[in-house]
Structure formats: structure tokens, C-alpha cells
Write a protein that binds this ligand. Structure first.
Ligand code: 5GP
Ligand code: ZN
Length: 112
């Protein structure tokens, strides 16, 4: 989608701080980090929300990439959080599916 911010990161029109890339997945650092490590993991193909994810292989790719990045960032042993905001009440602001990988500090529960 030409008017989608995260699609522009996939095409290279906007260049984020990339930490991981493979055929189907791109991951980059969040511009407004909410933890010492805050990375967004996205499908390269445009999927607007979690509701629209219907490809089991892509779902697996996203989750496995996220845990590989958590290990790469040294978060695996201490722990980390993976979050997906879906639609308005889920707090989604960018309508291209993304997993938030958060770590490097103690997380609290319940989330806001
Ligand atoms: P959402 O609220 O949709 O789950 O999360 C959107 C995330 O995208 C936010 O954490 C926000 O900081 C991040 N974000 C928004 N614009 C940009 C940008 O231009 N570059 C990067 N790297 N992250 C962005
Ligand atoms: Zn998109």
C-alpha cells in the first residue's frame, strides 16, 4: 500500500533502524521506545490488523522472528514482552500489523 508508513519501510522509501530481515519479515527499532529495547516486527506484505492475518506460515514467521530477535538482543533469559495492538480499543495507531518486542526493564501487569 503506497500510503502505508510501514510499507514504505519495506520498500526502503523510509529507512528505519533495521535489526532483522528475511524474505517475509522486517524488524526495526521503534521511534518512540517504551523500554530500553523496543522493536517492531512486521510482515513485508501489507496486513492491516491482527484480524486480517490468515496465513499460518506468516504467523509462524512473525513469532519465530520475534523470538530470534529477543535472543539476538540478549533478552531471552531475563524475559521480555511481545504485544500486538488490534484496532481502536487495542490501541493500534499504525494499520500495518506489527508485533512490539519490549525488554530491558521489568514489565508490569495489567498493561494500560
Ligand atoms: P501501535 O500503537 O500501532 O501498536 O504502534 C505503533 C508504533 O509505531 C508506536 O510504538 C510508534 O512509536 C511506532 N512508530 C510510529 N511511527 C514510526 C516511525 O516513523 N518509525 C518507527 N521506527 N516507529 C514508528
Ligand atoms: Zn502496509
Amino acid at each position: 500500500m503506497t500510503d502505508c508508513l510501514f510499507c514504505k519501510m519495506v520498500t526502503g522509501a523510509i529507512k528505519p533502524d533495521v535489526v532483522f530481515e528475511d524474505a517475509n519479515v522486517l524488524a526495526f527499532r521503534d521511534i518512540n521506545p517504551q523500554a530500553p529495547v523496543h522493536i517492531l516486527v512486521i510482515p513485508k506484505q501489507h496486513v492491516a490488523t491482527l484480524n486480517d492475518l490468515d496465513n499460518p506460515a506468516l504467523a509462524g514467521d512473525l513469532v519465530l522472528a520475534t523470538l530470534a530477535i529477543a535472543k539476538q538482543e540478549g533478552l531471552a533469559e531475563d524475559g521480555y514482552r511481545v504485544n500486538i495492538n488490534c484496532n481502536k480499543k487495542g490501541g493500534q495507531e499504525v494499520y500495518h500489523l506489527h508485533l512490539h518486542l519490549l525488554g530491558g526493564r521489568q514489565m508490569t501487569w495489567p498493561p494500560g
